[in-house]
Design a protein around this ligand. Structure first.
Ligand code: RUB
Length: 403
């Protein structure tokens, strides 16, 4: 079958049968509306080829789960906003439903795009970890906003010599007056070149190019031309098509780090909204190379089973689409690294902002402590044990503990 299958949780309003509710979703999103219409008649019976189909309805919690089949032909291949209008459009406002949540989508071949240019392997090659396969360590420059380009670059240098693989802008830092994007890029790349001369290690810098649709490609192309080795996009605020437009443009010859700021508005309510799974699958289709999917022990409240499923959606074989590098971020510090790696495995980017820049001895020591925590986990030694011979890790654990 070459059609798109979407899985929803839904809870009908009292007095509405599950069959009626599921059919209402299917009709609203395909060929129907709230009443029968004269424009669908014997002469136009051909439109029934575009009808949706309710494949199953099973009880789930206080409601039901349903699988709906959307015919391939009702999609415009490659038009992600249009896909979303079908699978995640008007249905959320249907009055007969108390709640409805898009849980998952199976995107058929032909609607699945070209995907990431780099993927996990490509990013690992750029940083030289393709044989060690250790988890990557990243940092978000903190404070999120306020630092000048010069001070941002100084922090980046410290993080790089401390051993991170990735340095990134935070989601709210774009091209403000206090830290213009291109000036910041130039200074950070200079700092990373200096760190490379000293350590031999290439560190990636994900420059946040998020901006309006009329400017994002130009901003990203300029950044790449001026030496950026990674760019970052806030996918939900800028839109999936922003990622797609960058990934498919030949001038963008660097990996794309995808942040998901605002996702909580869609993903947080367990019975309503849009789960992370479809978002992850669409980011892969659009060509993101790294995507935030949450932590099991951090500040943002993720659930292990869901994150594992989301990460599997990013990494399991899917036609010609390269695997996307999952990113665990938000409230991490060296004491949490063991839990993250034990649960999520080694094909992960572990990012710490406060957990690096909050180290009592500063950013370089914080980066070293994160790397030491990763080494300990890979050796199967507890962080406490490893800290006996690793001063930076010891100080981090003294400040934040090991849970
Ligand atoms: O604030 C931070 C990290 O800073 P810190 O390390 O200081 O907490 C990021 O923006 C979150 O990763 C977003 O969360 P998510 O990755 O879940 O979308």
């Amino acid at each position: 079958m070459n059609d798109l299958i979407a899985t929803y949780y839904f809870k009908p309003k009292s007095g509405v049968t599950p069959e009626f509710a599921a059919q209402a979703i299917s009709e609203e999103q395909t060929t129907g509306t709230w009443t029968d219409i004269s424009t669908v008649n014997e002469k136009t019976a051909y439109v029934h080829a575009f009808d949706g189909e309710v494949l199953e309805i099973v009880p789930s919690g206080e409601g039901f789960e349903t699988k709906l089949r959307y015919p391939y032909e009702i999609f415009e291949p490659g038009n992600i906003p249009q896909y979303l209008s079908v699978i995640a459009g008007n249905l959320f406002g249907l009055g007969k439903l108390e709640a409805v949540r898009l849980l998952d989508i199976d995107i058929p071949k032909g609607l699945d795009g070209t995907g990431p240019k780099f993927g996990i392997e490509g990013v690992r090659k750029l940083t030289g970890t393709e044989t060690t396969r250790r988890p990557h360590v990243g940092t978000i420059i903190k404070p999120k906003v306020g630092l000048t380009p010069k001070d941002t670059a100084a922090v980046a240098y410290q993080a790089a010599i401390g051993g991170v693989d990735l340095i990134k802008d935070d989601e709210t830092l774009t091209d403000q007056k206090f830290c213009p994007r291109m000036e910041r890029l130039e200074m950070v790349m200079e700092a990373l070149d200096k760190a490379k001369d000293e350590t031999g290690r290439q560190v990636l810098y994900a420059l946040n190019v998020t901006t309006g649709g009329d400017r994002i490609l130009e901003a990203a192309s300029n950044a790449v031309r001026m030496g950026a080795n990674m760019i970052m996009v806030d996918v939900l605020t800028a839109g999936f098509s922003a990622v797609q437009c960058l990934a498919s443009d030949p001038s963008i010859t660097v990996p794309i780090h995808v942040h998901r700021t605002m996702h909580g508005a869609l993903t947080r309510n367990p019975v309503h909204g849009i789960a992370m799974r479809p978002i992850a699958k669409l980011v892969r289709v659009c060509g993101g190379d790294q995507l935030h999917t949450g932590t099991v022990s951090g500040k943002m409240g993720g659930k292990a089973a869901e994150i594992l499923g989301d990460n599997a959606a990013l990494t399991r074989p899917a036609g010609d689409l390269l695997p996307v590098f999952p990113v665990a971020s938000g409230g991490l510090h060296p004491g949490k690294v063991h839990a993250e790696i034990t649960t999520l495995g080694n094909e992960i980017v572990l990012q710490a902002g406060g957990g690096i820049h909050g180290h009592p001895d500063g950013t370089a020591a914080g980066a070293r402590a994160m790397r030491q925590a990763v080494d300990a986990a890979l050796l199967g030694v507890s962080a406490e044990e490893y800290a006996k011979t690793h001063a930076e890790l010891r100080k981090a654990l003294e400040k934040w503990g090991s849970a």
